[in-house]
Ligand binder design. Structure first.
Ligand code: GLN
Length: 196
């Protein structure tokens, strides 16, 4: 019998309900994660968009973030979207806010400028067949620099917006806000690869 996957969605603040809905459409059991204890028994974790400083403040307390770092280092896949991408990054431009520091990336917050704070675009993803992905950007970051282990999966107007580093995945956009399930499915495939 195939065991049903259980994926955690960090539910401190931001767009966690939308991630939950998308994962449920893909037949996955979802566990909302609000404390370190809730991390138990999950095979993957999504860190949603929202406000990275607010989410980071909670992660800083009670070994919450530390536990996520430990799990990720042991191979549990983690997917960060938008604020989640910022929280996964080793370095954040002009900010000393808390981050998990897991991905060898240097990100810039609210990077597309105030004039076009929010927008949508059709973007191609490296290695994917089929139509471009409709990507929703909301006060989105982008990656200024990516280390050698980081695979760039997509760029938009010359900016890196979708990256993978082994079991870690990060997007500047919000795949949970469209009906296209491919990005979440891609993450679940990574979870399968790392399943012990
Ligand atoms: N601008 C937010 C931040 O810097 C991220 C925006 C989002 O997650 N939609 O944390």
């Amino acid at each position: 019998m195939v065991k049903m996957k259980k994926i955690g969605v960090l539910a401190i603040q931001g767009a966690f309900r939308e991630h939950r809905n998308t994962l449920e459409k893909l037949g996955v059991e979802v566990q909302e994660v609000r404390s370190r204890e809730n991390l138990e028994g999950i095979q993957g974790l999504i860190i949603p968009g929202g406000e990275s400083t607010a989410i980071g403040k909670q992660l800083e307390m009670n070994d919450f973030g530390e536990t996520i770092v430990k799990m990720a280092n042991e191979g549990v896949p983690v997917f960060g979207t938008c604020a989640g991408m910022i929280l996964l990054s080793k370095r954040i431009d002009q900010s000393n806010q808390y981050s998990l520091g897991l991905m060898d990336t240097y990100v810039k917050r609210n990077a597309f400028g105030r004039q076009i704070a929010s927008f949508e675009a059709d973007i191609p993803i490296k290695g994917w067949e089929g139509k471009d992905l409709r990507a929703v950007f909301i006060r989105a970051p982008y990656v200024l620099e990516a280390g050698p282990q980081v695979k760039v999966l997509s760029e938009y107007s010359g900016k890196i917006i979708f990256v993978r580093q082994e079991n870690l995945l990060a997007s500047a956009f919000h795949p949970e806000l469209t009906d296209d399930l491919r990005v979440h499915q891609f993450f679940l495939d990574i979870v399968d690869q790392y399943q012990k």
